[in-house]
Design a protein around this ligand. Sequence first.
Ligand code: NAD
Length: 350
Amino acid sequence: MSGEIGFAVIGLGMGKHHCRAIASAPGARLVAVCDVDEERLNPVADEYGCERYTDYHDLLKNEEIQVINVAVPSGAHVEVSLELVAGGKNLIVEKPADIVVDRIDTLIAAAGEAGVKVGGIFQSRLVPLNIRIRDAIQAGRLGKLIGVHGHLPWYRKQSYYEGPHGSWKGTWDMDGGGSLMNQGVHTVDLLQWLAGPVASVMGMFGVFGHDIEAEDQTVALLRFANGALGTLYTTTCCYPGYDQLVTLYGSEGSITKLEGALNGWKLTDDEGGAEEAELMAMYGADAAKGTGSADPMAVGFDGHTQIVADMVEAIREDREPTITLDSARHAVEIINAIFESGRTGKEVKL
Ligand SMILES: NC(=O)c1ccc[n+]([C@@H]2O[C@H](COP(=O)([O-])OP(=O)(O)OC[C@H]3O[C@@H](n4cnc5c(N)ncnc54)[C@H](O)[C@@H]3O)[C@@H](O)[C@H]2O)c1
């Protein structure tokens, strides 16, 4: 159809969410899907009535495809993406943009040279409650930020780490870690997006409940550039999986939330608590949606749909996508510094 932007998806695990998102996003059309695994490829191509490829290089020959969503294992994101931007395609790259910051920087430069747009995925940044919290912080309503805390007690069965699509998970080479890089990167990004950049970290990590290489439990101390201190906890060992807890303490109040549900909005300038009551009605526990605490596919695809729609607009308006790779790289930088600290026993400055 004329006017629609043609999309393709590579990697049909989480990539299935991308297909649903593209089908739902105004102005987007799914032209093709690609996976080396035909057992995954064929049902998805049949469902959407789109073209199918087992070799992603073939996507470059299809001129109807303007945007490619890259949802292959994390350690291959930049390797695959570099060939696609060289072929003139715009990209949406799953989180983490890659597991190595230098590679992300190479992709940012390559996209600039090729004149294409590359966006990242951190759907938590699009959640209205999170935007409201960030606005309050940026308006100075929490006063001086003191404490910034993220807690992700999730659960994954051993089978999650096994089989043809599980064995890369929890490895250093392809996942860049485990609970922190794979599951926890959203929490890390959310903390830095809300509270600003991290200046230094200390970390400890290990394997506690699975037969994997990298880590399934990490704890870290964070020193933010604005002086706040923070703690971070990620695991996939915590049966049956509890919601992410984020708390922010400032000199003028505190905000606490459990995944999508607001728990407390106590700001000194909200005398009488009228704003808190209004926000609890909008974002309290009753309004909370499904999370990935126990099931990776339960994260929903609303955020992905917004990201696809944003890319459509970015192309039409010739602007940057809302979640730039430049902004997505700091989370990876923080995570790798935590691992370095865990290995050396020293505070690592960023
Ligand atoms: N945004 C989110 O909330 C979210 C949630 C889960 C996963 N993810 C991200 O999505 C990515 C994929 O994770 P997953 O859990 O779906 O993994 P997965 O292993 O289930 O799926 C990856 C797919 O990519 C295919 N693939 C691998 N190399 C390929 C190649 N060269 N060409 C074509 N296909 C290839 C595999 O066959 C597989 O089907 C990861 O980067 C992960 O971090 C994001």
